[in-house]
Design a protein around this ligand. Structure first.
Ligand code: ATR
Length: 286
């Protein structure tokens, strides 16, 4: 029941219609019987400043932030968590007595999903495909955990720029390559983990894979950040070749679960959140 004491949370972005976050968080609030509600807010670029003023004025307790606001929101906040500050991007805001603090749970959610599925060894070599926003959070998170990173992107200059930024921030060498079959073949022969942070495998490229099946050895851990479809062509090929695979749904759920804990101080009911999102995506639990 919504009452005068209901605490309001939400997500701001544009577009926002297909976000999984409202059902995920509302299912969690219901499970823990919290008097809280989570709603989507369509906020255009020009409206971001007003939206954050509104968050303060209306005492909205927490927000998730998605495209196109993850970078632009940074100067509007009072404090930043150190990792969010390094990345320069925020996807979660906590409002504590009017003080707004920004976090990046995309980064911490990625690491949680990875470590939930494979054993951590410092210095493991990770190949990250893509150099956009998702890749950026992942590369900073990996560098903080002292993985060795190689960024591979269709547009080489973007890979190089991101590699330089991460390299300067963490004072470590990060390799950058253009994405082509020859480069992938030699890079993947020495890699432990492959992460797809491109959009290849979803929407209009659902039938495509960023890496040919022949290059996916059984020794690799293959992580696809795409969650719709749940099993991309890349993951199917990797699984067929005997590799360990991790899907994007785990990352989506963990970024949400970590945000939930930041807002409420409580452990998120992960299984409830997973069940809710899975049923919307039309999946069957394994
Ligand atoms: P996001 O915030 O989801 O990371 P983005 O910033 O638009 O989105 O980045 C998308 C990534 O997917 C980029 O690395 C992009 O490569 P370019 O930098 O060359 O544009 C990559 N990408 C998109 N479509 C691709 C395709 N057909 N083949 C290879 N890479 C592709």
């Amino acid at each position: 029941m919504i009452s005068g004491e209901t605490k309001v949370y939400g997500i701001i972005g544009n577009p926002i219609a297909h976000t999984m976050s409202p059902p995920m968080h509302n299912a969690a609030f219901k499970e823990l019987e919290l008097n809280c509600i989570y709603v989507p807010f369509l906020v255009e670029e020009a409206g971001l400043v007003h939206a954050i003023e509104g968050m303060r004025a209306m005492d909205i307790k927490g927000l998730n932030v998605t495209m196109p606001h993850k970078l632009a929101i940074v100067p509007l906040l009072d404090h930043l968590d150190p990792l969010a500050e390094k990345i320069g991007a925020v996807n979660t805001v906590v409002n504590k007595s009017g003080i707004l603090t920004g976090y990046n749970t995309d980064a911490t959610g990625f690491i949680k999903a990875l470590l939930d599925n494979c054993i951590y060894t410092q210095g493991q070599r990770v190949v990250v495909l893509g150099a956009g926003g998702v890749s950026r959070a992942i590369c900073f998170a990996l560098a903080e955990k002292k993985y060795e990173i190689c960024i591979v992107n269709r547009t080489y200059t973007k890979a190089l720029k991101l590699a330089n930024e991460v390299s300067n921030m963490f004072n470590k060498d990060i390799e950058a390559y253009e994405m082509n079959e020859k480069n992938l073949q030699s890079i993947l022969s020495e890699a432990n983990i492959l992460v797809n942070a491109t959009s290849v495998g979803m929407d209009s490229t659902i039938e495509k894979t960023p890496v040919a099946a022949a290059l996916l050895s059984s020794e690799l851990v293959v992580f696809d950040t795409i969650y719709c479809p749940i099993e991309t062509k890349l993951l199917k090929s990797a699984k067929n070749n005997g590799a360990k695979v991790i899907g994007g749904l785990d990352m989506l759920l963990w970024q949400g679960a970590i945000a939930f804990k930041l807002w409420t101080g409580l452990e998120a009911p992960f299984d409830t959140m997973k069940k809710e999102v899975s049923s919307i995506l039309g999946l069957h639990e394994d």
